[in-house]
Design a protein around this ligand. Structure first.
Ligand SMILES: NC(=O)c1ccc[n+]([C@@H]2O[C@H](COP(=O)([O-])OP(=O)(O)OC[C@H]3O[C@@H](n4cnc5c(N)ncnc54)[C@H](OP(=O)(O)O)[C@@H]3O)[C@@H](O)[C@H]2O)c1
Length: 265
């Protein structure tokens, strides 16, 4: 698939979503930018315009069903049906599984799963009706292995991963494909604020593995999605870990936990 003319990106005001919007911004394209923060939305608009694309900002909180319906109506009545819908919004509530902060889990699920599903519900039928397209969900390696100290987040991303498979099954035959990206750690405001807020309590995985530059991650994800890849890994060790987890789930999980615990000391 070549890049379609109209691309919608949620989470376009920051981090991976903003970098993906910039990668897709090129002359002749319309880039719909969804986000909450007005200043960051204005900055994303300027960035997309500077790259020669036509920006279409849509302020919206994905946890507000009415706002999402309005956002979808504004998109379909404005730039029109997107050929590519990118779901890159998200929150990262950290904490253990025992005891589990159920409010943190609810917040993670509301944004990272329900907010995604509502936006897909609002736009996927039009995409199918227009002959097809692609939906790109930004999950996380934490969806595949729940690294310690980020239980609410990891559970929400595992749920998103499960949702992606149910969605792909329901969209089969409609011409709309589903891609899921599984980044590991990316240098973005999300990770910066986790480092700042957690201090000494920073979950071990963030002390052990390096954070990848966001622009490089976005380019890799965008290229793979446009090629129609259904599962997207940013680095080869991530892809190898995924394979090991599927072949030897217990051994691979134990090995990575031991490795992280030793290196984090
Ligand atoms: N950074 C990593 O290491 C990493 C690794 C794997 C996966 N991911 C995933 O990648 C995605 C982007 O993360 P990031 O690191 O780029 O984070 P980020 O820099 O904090 O950006 C998060 C984005 O999500 C938006 N957002 C959050 N809650 C929202 C809500 N209720 N309604 C609308 N928009 C909302 C934010 O909008 P506002 O700016 O308007 O608040 C912002 O644009 C997330 O799904 C994250 O889980 C990140």
């Amino acid at each position: 698939m070549g890049a379609p003319r109209t691309i919608a990106v949620s989470g376009a005001t920051s981090g991976i979503g903003r970098a993906l919007a910039a990668v897709f911004a090129a002359p002749g394209r319309q880039v719909v930018l969804l986000g909450r923060n007005p200043d960051r939305l204005a900055a994303a608009v300027a960035e997309v315009r500077a790259r020669g694309a036509e920006p279409f900002p849509v302020p919206c909180d994905v946890t507000d069903p009415g706002a999402l319906r309005d956002a979808a109506a504004a998109i379909l009545g404005g730039p029109g049906t997107p050929g590519l819908l990118v779901l890159a919004h998200g929150v990262l509530p950290a904490g253990p599984a025992l005891p589990l902060d159920v409010n943190a889990l609810r917040a993670a699920l509301e944004t990272n799963l329900v907010g995604v599903a509502r936006l897909v519900d609002a736009l996927a039928p039009a995409m199918a009706g227009a002959g097809g397209g692609r939906i790109l969900l930004v999950a996380s390696m934490a969806a595949l292995h729940p690294f310690r100290g980020i239980a609410p987040y990891a559970v929400s991303k595992a749920a998103l991963d499960g949702y992606s498979r149910a969605l792909a099954a329901d969209l089969r035959g409609t011409g709309v494909g589903v891609s899921v990206a599984y980044p590991s750690i990316v240098e973005t405001p999300m990770v910066e604020s986790l480092r700042r807020e957690a201090g000494e309590e920073l979950p071990p995985v963030y002390r052990v593995f390096p954070a990848h530059p966001v622009d490089r991650v976005a380019r890799k994800i965008a290229r793979a999605a446009l090629r129609g890849r259904t599962r997207i890994f940013v680095t080869w060790p991530d892809a190898v870990f995924d394979l090991l987890l599927r072949l030897f789930p217990r051994t691979a999980a134990r090995w990575v936990e031991t490795y992280v615990a030793r290196r984090a000391r």
